[in-house]
Design a protein around this ligand. Structure first.
Ligand code: HEM
Length: 459
């Protein structure tokens, strides 16, 4: 999972040599492939490579292109012929704001990346170590042996707290973190529904679920306003992401507007919390379902720490724990679907892609593909050992994406995920309890429906 610097082949060929991508099989009149995508999106996306490297899908009257191979998804992510756009981003923009880094394109996006990047650089991460440590251990203390842990709310809670305390440095974060968790959970659920079932005006009716969604969305925006206003009122300028955003200048050297500051905070806190929380849920699931790996993580941590509480500085020595995190992210990538839009007539793998085309691809499908991985569906953290990792094709494992839209938070996320996994596995074994439902719930991210675990102390 390194930043890829080489631009792979996506080179335009002579227009006359280009072929139209084949139409994927299985479409039905009127709805095309839409019904399959709604009914079982993961299986649908995972099967597309059998139809071609690039295929056309019919979603109602609309044609959408799907890219199915690691090389071509890497090529697309690194090519300037494609930008962030399409239904996923449009629905995110409509709800979260149009001026944040996650949805901007062109010069504004480059400028915004320059503003936020220093907070996420590898050399900035150790400063967050004490907070990550404190939060990871506080989590294990909160959980009482034998009591049932609701992994959804607990994972959200720690993800929001770490992002907010590290990047926005608030004293007030406990109450706010709870509000943020509640608001985000409702907003993300509603956003996904609005994306896959676009019933437009129906979502404006004053029905209870719509009212709940609107309240949560309003609270999310209010929270962000409160955080910004409080920082301003404090007169303090700690060296953090919020200060960087408040002091950012636009292309003309003028201070950026209030709306952009607001949208930037939303664009960073929102995807950051949802993705990390979903990944923590899957890591808890791994610890419960693969006790042999949980034991191995525990043994590794103890061999590094000699029995003291695991610290941030230990993370770089925790090879196996890190591999467990990577393998969990391979099989259960939080970000399972991404879209792009072609900005010009272009090509991918010898196929013609017209300007304006919407393109979709699935890290879930790519990372589970039997053409890229032996025993592809097996949970095998050792596939990330140095001697085996070279068997993994380029771009077949890019949970943070590559290119100019690559997640800025890869180091930040990996550090906290490894530390949390280490802290949890050394204190407890986990078992699912009756009522737990670990079936994958497909939303904006992938997570278990309702994972309920009982922590059993290790002696
Ligand atoms: C973008 C994954 C955690 C902030 C992305 C993208 C992916 C991703 C795949 C690229 C989207 C694309 O190519 O279209 C993940 C995963 C995470 C994680 C798997 C954790 C397990 C975070 C965190 C933050 C964050 C903790 C912030 C605190 C962002 C932002 C972008 C982004 C701001 C937009 C970047 C841009 O468009 O330039 N993330 N992310 N992510 N992520 Fe993350």
């Amino acid at each position: 999972m390194t930043v890829e610097s080489v631009r792979p082949e996506a080179q335009p060929r002579e227009a006359s040599e280009l072929r139209e991508p084949p139409l994927a099989g299985g479409g039905v009149p009127l709805l095309g492939h839409g019904w399959k995508l709604v009914r079982d999106p993961l299986a649908f996306m995972a099967a597309l490579r059998d139809h071609g490297d690039v295929v056309r899908l019919k979603l109602g009257p609309k044609t959408v292109y799907a890219v199915t191979t690691p090389e071509l998804t890497g090529a697309m992510a690194l090519s300037t012929d494609f930008k962030i756009d399409g239904p996923l981003w449009e629905s995110l923009e409509g709800l979260l704001g149009k001026e944040g880094v996650a949805t901007a394109n062109g010069p504004r996006h480059r400028r915004q990346r320059r503003t936020i990047q220093p907070a996420f650089r590898l050399d900035a991460i150790p400063a967050y170590g004490p907070i990550m440590e404190e939060e990871a251990h506080a989590l294990t203390e909160r959980w009482k042996p034998g009591e049932t842990v609701d992994c959804t709310s607990e994972s959200f809670r720690i993800a929001v707290r770490i992002a907010a305390r590290c990047l926005l440095r608030g004293e007030y974060m406990d109450e706010r973190a709870e509000r943020l968790c509640n608001a985000l959970a409702t907003v993300f659920r509603g956003m996904y529904r609005r994306m896959v079932v676009p019933l437009g005006p129906l979502y404006k009716l004053p029905l209870p679920p719509n009212r709940e969604f609107n309240r949560a969305l309003a609270d999310l925006h209010l929270l962000v306003d409160e955080i910004v206003a409080e920082r301003r009122a404090s007169g303090q300028r700690p060296d953090d992401l919020l200060t960087a955003l408040l002091e950012a200048k636009d292309e003309n050297g003028d201070p950026i507007g209030e709306q952009e500051i607001h949208d930037q905070v939303v664009a960073i806190v929102t995807p950051g919390s949802e993705t990390v929380a979903s990944t923590i849920m899957w890591l808890l699931h791994v610890l419960a379902e693969h006790p042999e790996h949980a034991d191995k993580v525990c043994a590794e941590v103890e061999s590094v720490t000699g029995g003291r509480p695991v610290a941030f500085a230990d993370v770089r020595s925790l090879r196996h724990t890190n591999n467990v995190v990577v393998e969990a992210m391979r099989l259960r990538p939080a970000v399972w679907i991404l879209t792009r839009r072609a900005v010009t007539d272009t090509s991918l793998g010898g196929y013609r892609i017209p300007a304006g085309a919407d393109i979709v691809y699935s890290p879930y499908a790519i990372q589970r593909d039997g053409k890229s991985y032996v025993h592809n569906l097996e949970f095998d953290p050792d596939r990330w050992l140095p001697e085996r990792v070279k068997d993994v094709p380029k771009y077949a494992m890019s949970p943070f994406s590559v290119g100019n839209r690559k997640c800025p938070s890869d180091h930040f996320s990996m550090a906290q995920l490894t530390l949390i996994t280490a802290a949890l596995a050394t204190k407890y074994r986990f078992e699912q309890v009756p009522g737990s439902n670990d079936v994958t719930r497909v939303g904006i991210t992938l997570r278990p429906h309702k994972l309920l675990l009982r922590p059993v102390p290790r002696d």
